[in-house]
Design a protein around this ligand. Structure first.
Ligand code: DX5
Ligand code: ZN
Length: 227
């Protein structure tokens, strides 16, 4: 996985058809997705439950590019190896998920994956200040994690700007997660984000038997940022 700061669209399969993950992943990649974002929720750290490492392993062969696994679970550490073995390229843990995020990030890299750290909307950018030498991605949550289809929280744009300045030339992605659509995407792209997660704004209007709208939706987000 090489590093670059070009804009990447990462559809979240939280908005896909759960009975057809393999076909959905293939469809969004064929329609122009750069990464595939996989939301793991435990009903404890967040008020919703999705799936675990077995499902990630099952969908892995259907993804040609980057599998970006967002862990909304606590504790995290006991499950890192399982998600790495499931084929995650990026594993992102929340700074709020436990007292030892530094150890968690070390464990993610030791397991052979790129290490991501996510910040809830109420957590300041300074929470990652002493982690920058050990992360490959910082994920700014622009909604409270747990559900797709929520409204973008505009106060987070300033946090993205602060993170972009803190990161400087370091090879660290800034990812945005929540409420990304053609209206909000340009705000965070201009502030310095390079990976845009989008669930409802990518999957709306399409299906595995009618995937063309996925492509139109992805191009609409990308086009809004270019303009
Ligand atoms: C929220 C998840 C997001 C979510 C985004 O907890 O981490 O990845 O799927 O969904 P939208 O794009 O619909 O806000
Ligand atoms: Zn996510």
């Amino acid at each position: 996985m090489s590093f670059d700061r070009s804009l990447k669209i990462a559809p979240s399969i939280l908005s896909a058809d759960f009975a057809n993950f393999g076909m959905e992943c293939a469809a969004i990649e064929a329609q122009g997705a750069d990464w595939v974002h996989v939301d793991v929720m435990d009903g404890h750290f967040v008020p919703n439950i999705t799936f675990g490492p077995a499902t990630c392993a099952a969908i892995r062969p259907h993804i040609q590019g980057v599998m970006d696994v967002h862990l909304m679970i606590a504790p995290v550490d006991p499950y890192i190896d399982a998600f790495a073995q499931a084929g995650a390229d990026v594993i992102t843990a929340h700074v709020e998920a436990g007292p030892h995020i530094h150890r968690t990030l070390q464990a993610i890299r030791a397991a052979g994956a790129k290490a991501g750290v996510a910040l809830n909307p109420g957590t300041p950018a300074s929470a990652v200040e002493y982690l920058l030498d050990m992360v490959d991605l910082v994920c700014v949550m622009t909604v409270n994690p747990g559900f797709g289809g929520q409204k973008f929280i505009h106060s987070q744009v300033e946090k993205v700007r602060q993170l972009r300045a803190m990161i400087g030339d370091r090879p660290i992605h800034i990812e945005i997660d929540g409420g990304v659509d053609p209206t909000t995407a340009p705000l965070v792209a201009a502030a310095g984000a390079d990976v845009l997660v989008a669930g409802s704004a990518v999957f709306r209007g399409g299906s595995v038997t009618n995937p063309a709208p996925y492509g139109e939706n992805i191009r609409a987000i990308r086009g809004a940022c270019a303009g």
